[in-house]
Design a protein around this ligand. Structure first.
Ligand code: CP
Length: 339
């Protein structure tokens, strides 16, 4: 898949503009065919690479003194978050602003949902206000997919229960590709609460499509059955996996999605699965350490590891902005398409 570079150089950054950018061209996303981004499961390898390449172009915009491009001028992007968020919500909002869109946050806790209005009626009212895009986070798996069937706006899944978090998966891929120069042939360990992690599912889809080997590792109660059928290797002892890993993505324990009793105590979990300096030393010297955040220091990883030389946690956050700009930009070519 080919997409024209979206980033026209501005007057103060021509020297650093991507090699294929064209100052005189209108932004074009004509090769992109999708109106929605619901998950990495539905994307092809080429579509994932197109998003990553577009995100690299947008990463350059963040380094300019003037950080705006006009690609989404006149468009309205609504953030509909039915779960809390720091990174995803704010970076979607900032990404939309950098593309010159108008943005509006919808906060479920102070909305008319409390008066009995349904999820779909709420979205239809927001559609009536002219929303071109709805960025949706919801605790129920499939909620964004349901909206895509009922409204004409483009829908972006910003995390649906334990199902998928596609832009997190994409920013993880971007961070790995930047650090390692490739994804194909790498061994990536996903460590911790695999069962309740939407990040794990989006990582698995993206990494396998781009040719990485994926090893999931956690307590047996937090690793669902059937992961091998997806194409993953399953391990229960972190020490067995670490020496082979090029990348480790440390997943949070999702207490909010657990019924409890899945491991004896946080202390025992940390004893066996927390990334410590000693465990980092078991891995390759150039191990890339990721964590989607929020991180729980002293539970899934120690502060020294979180802030250490192998950690790319804040680079992931920076890349999240570029990935979300890329997704909004690519979908913008199809926003007016019929559902
Ligand atoms: N990683 C992530 O989705 O973070 P937020 O919940 O803060 O958006």
């Amino acid at each position: 898949m080919t997409t024209t570079s979206p980033v026209a150089p501005d007057s103060d950054s021509r020297a650093t503009a991507p090699a294929d950018s064209d100052a005189d061209s209108e932004p074009s996303s004509t090769a992109w065919t999708r109106k929605h981004l619901l998950g990495l499961e539905e994307l092809s390898r080429d579509e994932i690479i197109a998003i990553l390449d577009t995100a690299e172009s947008f990463a350059e915009v963040s380094d300019r003194s003037r950080k705006k491009v006009p690609a989404l001028q006149g468009r309205i992007v609504f953030n509909l978050f039915f779960e809390n968020s720091t990174r995803t919500r704010t970076s979607f909002s900032l990404a939309a602003k950098r593309l010159s869109a108008d943005t509006q946050d919808f906060t479920a806790s102070v909305s008319s949902l409390s008066k009995g209005e349904t999820f779909i009626d709420t979205a239809k009212n927001i559609e009536a206000m002219g929303a071109d895009v709805m960025v949706v986070r919801h605790p129920t798996p499939g909620a964004p997919h349901l909206l895509a069937q009922h409204v004409s706006s483009s829908i972006i899944n910003a995390g649906d229960g334990a199902h998928e978090h596609p832009t997190q998966g994409l920013l993880d891929l971007m961070t790995i590709r930047q650090a390692k120069g490739r994804i194909e042939g790498l061994t990536v360990g996903l460590v911790g609460d695999i069962a309740h992690s939407r990040v794990a599912r989006s990582n698995i889809q993206g990494l396998l499509k781009l040719g990485a080997k994926v090893v999931v590792c956690g307590p047996p109660t937090l690793v669902p059955r059937g992961m091998e059928r997806l194409g993953c290797e399953v391990a229960y002892r972190l020490e067995d996996v670490l020496p082979r890993c090029d990348v480790v993505n440390v997943l949070r324990i999702h207490f909010e999605r657990q019924q409890g009793g899945l491991f004896p105590s946080v202390g025992e979990y940390s004893q066996f699965y927390m990334m410590t300096q000693d465990r980092v030393r078991m891995a390759k010297p150039d191990l890339l350490l990721l964590a989607p955040g929020p991180i729980n220091r002293g539970v899934e990883l120690t502060p020294e590891v979180a802030d250490g030389v192998n950690s790319a946690i804040l680079q992931q956050v920076k890349n999240g902005l570029a990935v979300r700009m890329a997704v909004l930009y690519l979908l913008s070519g199809k926003m007016d398409a019929r559902p």
